[in-house]
Ligand binder design. Sequence first.
Ligand code: ATP
Ligand code: PLP
Ligand code: MG
Ligand code: NA
Ligand code: MG
Length: 304
Amino acid sequence: MSDFRVLSIQSHVVHGYVGNKSATFPLQVHGFEVDAINSVQFSNHTGYGHWKGQVLNSNELTDLYEGLKLNQINNYTHLLTGYVGSESFLEEVVNVLSDLKKVNPNLVFVCDPVMGDNGKFYVPESLLPVYRDKLLPLAYIITPNQFEAELLSGMKINSEQNAFEAMDILHNKGTKCVVITSSELGKDNTLVALGSFCNFGLSGNNHKLCIRMEIPKLPAVFTGTGDLFASLLLVWMQKHPNDLKLACEKTMSAVQAVLKRTLQEAQELAGPDNKPNSAQIELRLIKSMNDLLNPQEIMKSGSE
Ligand code: ATP
Ligand code: PLP
Ligand code: MG
Ligand code: NA
Ligand code: MG
């Protein structure tokens, strides 16, 4: 197997699993080298009652990248990006990406365009045009949720049919593979994930695959799941190139196995009838090593 080297630019938390803490271990168990740039370092994720820590600014990102470049250790096969909290930092990510592509023109960019959820932004709105106009055209895979897909495509999504129309708009911006990781388009108590792979052919002769997965909604709120999903999709798309269906099934199966173990243990800690707190419901990533490595294919997708 050739060596895969991922540069992952995401949050770090001392305790728990979001951002790089959620993405690094799954990549490493699959044999990928991971170099992590921590866009923030917080004591814990921001859903807890308290959190403390530091935010990396764009000059500090430039500095770290410059150090890699001076030693010529900036040769990566993949760039993975997650939550970024400021426009200037995201602009610097664009610069880093274009430089990485000079070193390795075949670099695979996996972009989780984290902006918000359920109709609400949790980053400044000024990040939207940077994702839409600068990063999407360079991304191989993007993993928006329903709200982010609406923002990036500029259209409201209220049916699966117009979700695929929105994904076509995103393909036309240059992204080969779009996975809407969660949407509220299905029945009650289910999440629907939709994927679209478009192999741009010569003379407009595009080959396209659309997939759909229905996930029974577990009765809890997890954090770090989007970051886990994106890292595993990177792995499985690398292992099964051009097979979005299989890659999504393995990714989703592993995520669901982690969440089931997490929920079961969290409920045991919280006691009957109590809602687990943030600390109790941290992802059981380490205990799930075998599921990350060899997911039992519990999730099946339909395709058209
Ligand atoms: P991001 O916020 O990173 O842009 P996102 O909103 O799509 O992405 P999540 O909603 O956390 O991220 O979803 C990622 C995956 O986690 C989903 O595809 C689903 O498999 C799983 N997931 C998250 N919450 C639940 C839940 N309550 N029940 C079942 N699966 C869940
Ligand atoms: N990064 C930080 C610092 C966070 O606090 C959170 C969520 O609270 C996340 C990332 C994202 O988690 P998720 O993958 O669930 O969207
Ligand atoms: Mg979500
Ligand atoms: Na997502
Ligand atoms: Mg997220």
